[in-house]
Design a protein around this ligand. Structure first.
Ligand code: 4AD
Ligand code: MG
Length: 464
């Protein structure tokens, strides 16, 4: 008999029909006479209850139906009174597809997330991770839908690159060279001419530079792909491999860019509220009691728009009034996560879009303001998360851009193709990058970024 997904079975009302479901046993309980099996197949957070009269089934078969076992069950769809669902299945045939011995690591309830991370290959079968990864899928769909509806083109940028977009030097090298026998020139520099690409290459930290090339032909594009950062940050917000969404838009100014950032995040959160109701209700109950309320509040509030200089004043006043921070703040310093969270969670109590940062703490490509000190960068700061988006209007002036590149000692000859966009028909443009996992953290209420990507890569861990 053809299998029906549990999600669909739970919506059916044609009682008396036979159905077949297949999935993994969550629990089995019961009496001498009857067993109740809660079955889940990943199609929904909800289980279907299978009722088996024990006399109808072989005792040895019933013994194999343990938590974690994979079974196929066929039976009659009946209206249910006690199971929390409208329907249950009165079993006629049960086949054990895969037994599950008692040492199954996901057997016990209430294991810590640290523990479950060691079993990233099996944690996907739990309620929490099922919910998280269904939401992750839905967010990816929402993102494509948002940009497609607005006429953005999905543009594929390379993962292997010879340039460091953010200029932070946090790149993983890509090479086929024999690392045990590296040839060096007379200055002790590694010779790359005989390497696979004939030059030094790395995994990309951002698709932005190539995204700008796309936008300056197609008008507006977005990327959505993996990015890699070899920053040695062991925090609940950093991954060495994460996914980023980077729209790039021509003929946009700073206010329009902020509007786009705000509209985009609200769209994604609203999508989750509409399409992931069951999973969010589960997470709200089990993980974070304030989750749904927080999501609704973000959809319904205007984000604060705050120049960096004003933000520093607020923080300095807080310190003068006795608020303690671990790191110092003054004009010119990069904000630490605690400062960002103070502004968002304590001072304004809503998301903040911070703009006009000192040029020294931002990347070379940001548009320089008239004051000669600040650039048109925007960071979107979120409750619980801190920075969720980083973006800017780009410097479109050839002279100013090359001057900045020189100032920062970025090798100009490697940037010729990027500079060509400013040389030939330069246009005002801007864009931003949203960290996909940071969005998922916010939408799920999970606390650690390692728990919203199936197989996290962080310093000293690359299992699975
Ligand atoms: O602020 P970032 O470094 O900006 C860029 O890469 C720009 N090129 C984006 C652009 O303008 N097109 O990174 C953008 C976002 C951050 O706001 C954060 O959400 C996320 O990417 N992010 C990380 N997420 C997880 N782990 C890390 N190590 C991350 N680093 C940045
Ligand atoms: Mg940033």
């Amino acid at each position: 008999m053809k299998r029906t997904k549990i999600k669909d079975v739970l919506l059916r009302t044609d009682y008396g029909s036979d159905v077949n479901v297949r999935g993994w046993v969550r629990t089995k309980r019961g009496s001498k006479a009857v067993s109740f099996i809660a079955l889940n197949d990943g199609s929904t957070i909800k289980n279907v209850q299978i009722v088996a009269d024990n006399e109808r089934f072989d005792e040895d078969l019933m013994k194999l139906i343990t938590t974690g076992a994979c079974i196929s069950a066929t039976g009659e769809l009946v209206q249910s009174i006690g199971s929390g669902q409208n329907v249950e299945i009165q079993a006629k045939e049960i086949e054990v597809l895969g037994t599950c011995p008692a040492d199954y690591p996901m057997q016990k309830k209430g294991q810590s997330f640290e523990y479950m991370r060691q079993y990233a290959h099996l944690r996907i079968r739990t309620n929490t991770f099922g919910a998280v990864f269904r939401i992750r899928h839905n967010m990816a769909i929402a993102i494509h839908q948002f940009f497609h509806d607005k006429g953005f083109y999905y543009f594929h940028t390379p993962l292997i690159t010879a340039s460091d977009c953010e200029g932070a030097g946090e790149m993983f090298q890509v090479t086929t060279k024999n690392l045990y026998d590296l040839k060096k020139d007379e200055n002790g520099q590694i010779i790359y001419s005989d390497d696979f690409f004939g030059k030094m290459t790395s995994l990309t930290v951002s698709g932005q530079l190539e995204g700008e090339l796309g936008a300056t032909g197609l008008g507006q594009i977005y990327t959505f792909g993996p990015t890699f950062r070899a920053e040695n940050s062991n925090t609940p917000r950093h991954l060495a491999e994460f996914w980023m969404i980077e729209p790039e838009v021509c003929f946009i100014d700073l206010v329009e860019l902020m509007d786009l950032e705000e509209e985009f995040i609200k769209y994604c959160v609203k999508w989750a509220l509409e399409h992931c109701k069951d999973d969010l209700e589960f997470l709200n109950k089990m993980i974070d009691k304030g989750l749904i309320e927080r999501l609704e509040s973000v959809v319904n509030t205007d984000f604060v728009r705050l120049p960096y200089t004003e933000g520093i004043k607020i923080l300095e006043k807080a310190i003068a009034d006795g608020r303690k921070f671990e790191f110092p703040v003054s004009w010119g310093t990069d904000l630490a996560s605690e400062h960002e969270r103070y502004l968002v969670e304590e001072h304004f109590k809503k998301p903040v879009i911070m703009i006009d940062y000192p040029k020294e703490i931002k990347a070379f490509y940001m548009k320089q303001n008239e004051d000669g000190k600040t650039v048109q960068g925007t960071d979107v700061l979120f409750p619980q998360i801190g920075e969720i988006i980083g973006g800017s209007i780009r410097e479109a002036d050839y002279e100013k851009l090359t001057a900045r590149i020189e100032e920062l000692n970025i090798p100009m000859k490697d940037m010729w193709w990027y500079l060509d966009t400013r040389k030939y028909g330069s246009c005002p443009h801007g864009g931003f990058g949203l960290g996909f996992e940071r969005l998922i953290l916010f939408v799920t209420g999970m606390q650690n970024i390692r728990d919203v990507i199936p197989f996290p890569r962080t310093p000293k861990t690359a299992d699975f």
